[in-house]
Ligand binder design. Structure first.
Ligand SMILES: [Zn+2]
Length: 215
């Protein structure tokens, strides 16, 4: 166990699990253990017992834990988006292109539809080909959310992260499931809200399990 403030090792005699308090003798910080250390034990977890749509790859000193964001909502989103963005963008920009006449008002009017199309198409494509992949090693890791190699990477070091947990999300969008995973510590990284519950729960446990190995 390490001090959340100065990162130096805390001796067993300065840790009191019963009262949930530990003290760092180096910098004199007293802190609640539960706020910084993940004490959730998960003895029945088997990392090889993977639900469909999840994977774990272990290399020499790296573990990759991932899950697909594939979702039946794609069957609704794709036809809806074809009609919606096809109709709005085709009507606004298509007519201008066809007639060869630029109309400033029409051009500006179409911008929210253009932005909306990009945002909703990214949800639709995530529901077909998207994935969430967490790469962990003994220094820290990264969280990737996207399609193939295109997406967002969020990196962290173990010095900035003390635990992982599941939280309710208040931001809802097509394809989200009401919860997300959060790496917490000095830094906060939220991800996985597009994952099916069974896959998200596996990721949570697999990451927690792997964290104990590397951290
Ligand atoms: Zn300290």
């Amino acid at each position: 166990m390490k001090c959340p403030k100065c990162d130096s090792e805390i001796k067993a005699e300065n840790i009191n699990i019963q009262s949930d308090i530990a003290q760092c003798v180096t910098c004199n910080t007293v802190f609640k253990i539960s706020e910084y250390i993940d004490t959730t034990s998960d003895d029945h977890f088997n990392i090889n017992d993977k639900p469909k749509g999840t994977w774990v790859k272990t290399n020499f000193n790296t573990t990759i834990i991932g899950a697909t964001t594939r979702s039946p909502i794609a069957f609704f989103l794709v036809p809806f988006m074809l009609v919606w963005s096809g109709g709005s963008l085709g009507g606004i920009y298509g007519t201008q292109i066809a007639s060869g006449e630029f109309d400033l008002f029409q051009f500006l009017f179409g911008i929210p539809f253009l932005i909306g199309s990009i945002v909703f198409w990214s949800f639709a494509l995530m529901a077909i080909w998207g994935k969430v992949e967490v790469t962990l090693d003994n220094r820290g890791g990264k969280v990737f959310t996207g399609i193939g190699n295109i997406g967002i990477n969020k990196s962290f070091l173990w010095t900035g992260i003390s635990k992982i947990k599941e939280v309710q999300t208040n931001f809802r969008y097509p394809g989200s499931r009401g919860s997300s995973l959060v790496f917490e510590g000095k830094k906060r990284i939220s991800f996985g809200s597009g994952l099916k519950e069974e896959r998200r729960y596996f990721l949570l446990r697999a990451i927690r399990n792997t964290m104990n190995k590397y951290k």
